[in-house]
Design a protein. Structure first.
Length: 420
């Protein structure tokens, strides 16, 4: 385990890149399983989860090369040469491993995997995945630790209505439907930019998809896809993290590859907190005020405020002027980082899905632990304005989703140093 020591150094300023989205690239790597040949993904972040997914694809019989910086070349064999199972630890290392189910069932007719792992912030069932694939003809043989699925012949098209617009379930089912026989419809589909970006990759591979970016996806299955090149969409949560570093320090930071059209609700909250947004140049620039203002925030499925933004927002509001209420509508366990902010001097009380935040004049540095990717990143932000030294452990979580967070904050003027 590694830790980051953060010292306050006043306002941050400068330009930074966010690179490709973790929640897009992992699914797009899995999508390569749908077609033999050489695929190329560009704007790929240097993160641990990409390395794990690379190892998973290699275990399934693919070749993965990084010949150019921030680019992956994935060579996929014919279906008969693909493996349909891989070592359990590769699935247990991240939640996104579940998305190989759809491609392997669609291409090979079977798949076997350990139950997926990943960040621990509440129960996230996989029944949306298995129910949808079952409706397409897959038969599941699950136990408490693993999933095994088979399909006799080609998956069949169906009409699926998701109980909840699950991002990952939409990805998985979309990838299964593109090779299914007939016309499929996914109702109440997730609308996140990363889902739309996966769809664009699949279309480049020859898929026939209508309704990308909407809650109703129509997929006319094709018999075969081909390899393609795709540039991964910018990570909106990483973009938000660097914008938050500007806001909380009263700085002036531009994320040159940020996509403002993917962050509309967040940018509204930033303005409500006193931030000044500039969209005239590349990406998004934000100037932070002398002190942030309190606002109320509730997380909702896209295009609402994303749950991944919430630890960043809660941290900023902990030093804002006034009282804020933050409501978590998606994951009940997503307030576990609050105790660590309280250790830094924040005044936050939680009850059920709600957190009441009374902004304090300052935080005080101490040792804290990040239990997931966004929680650890949020505690680093707190350290930027906490008096004295803040040591954030659990930085291995950050490495799963951020391409050199410490280095990029350092380029903006932050005082950060690694310790083992």
């Amino acid at each position: 385990m590694s830790s980051l020591v953060v010292q306050p150094r006043g306002p941050l300023s400068g330009q930074v890149r966010a690179f490709g989205a973790k929640n897009a690239v992992l699914k797009q790597m899995a999508a390569c399983l749908l077609a033999s040949g050489t695929h190329r993904l560009s704007n790929v972040p240097h993160i641990t989860d990409v390395a794990i997914m690379s190892d998973l694809l290699i275990a399934l019989g693919c070749r993965v090369d990084r010949s150019v910086d921030h680019e992956l070349v994935i060579t996929v064999p014919d279906a008969a040469q693909l493996q349909t199972e891989a070592p359990a630890h590769l699935f247990e290392a991240m939640r996104a491993s579940i998305v190989i189910l759809g491609p392997l069932l669609a291409r090979c007719g079977e798949a076997s995997m350990a139950l997926p792992g990943g960040d621990d912030f509440g129960h996230r069932p996989i029944n949306f995945h298995t129910d949808g694939l079952s409706a397409m003809g897959a038969v599941f043989h699950n136990d408490r630790t693993s999933i095994r699925a088979t399909s006799s012949g080609r998956l069949r098209a169906t009409h699926i209505t998701l109980e909840y617009p699950s991002h990952t379930a939409t990805d998985n089912l979309l990838m299964a439907c593109v090779l299914a026989e007939g016309r499929s419809v996914i109702e109440n589909a997730a609308r996140e930019p990363e889902v739309e970006d996966l769809g664009r990759q699949l279309v480049a591979m020859g898929a026939r998809i209508e309704g990308l970016g909407t809650s109703r996806l129509i997929i006319n299955g094709v018999a075969e896809l081909s390899a393609a090149h795709h540039e991964v969409v910018t990570d909106r949560v990483v973009s938000a993290t660097y914008l938050a570093s500007s806001l909380i320090t009263g700085g002036d930071v531009r994320v040159v590859d940020a996509r403002p059209e993917h962050m509309v609700m967040l940018l509204r909250k930033i303005e409500a907190m006193g931030g000044v947004i500039d969209l005239a140049g590349e990406g998004v620039s934000v100037k932070g005020p002398a002190r942030l203002r309190a606002v109320d925030v509730a997380t909702l499925p896209y295009p609402g405020v994303a749950t991944d933004y919430k630890p960043l927002i809660t941290t900023m509001l902990s030093v804002a002027d006034g009282v804020s209420v933050v409501t978590e509508n998606l994951f009940v366990g997503r307030f576990r980082y609050v105790d660590e902010l309280v250790r830094l001097g924040a005044s936050i009380t939680t009850e059920g899905h709600h957190a009441m935040i009374r902004g304090v004049d300052h935080l005080t540095g101490t040792a804290v632990h990040g239990s997931d990717i966004r929680a650890a990143a949020a505690l680093v932000l707190a350290g930027l304005v906490a008096e004295g030294s803040t040591t954030v452990s659990g930085m291995e979580h950050v490495a799963r989703g951020y391409d050199d967070l410490a280095g990029r904050l350092g380029s903006l003027g932050a005082d950060v140093a690694w310790v083992e």
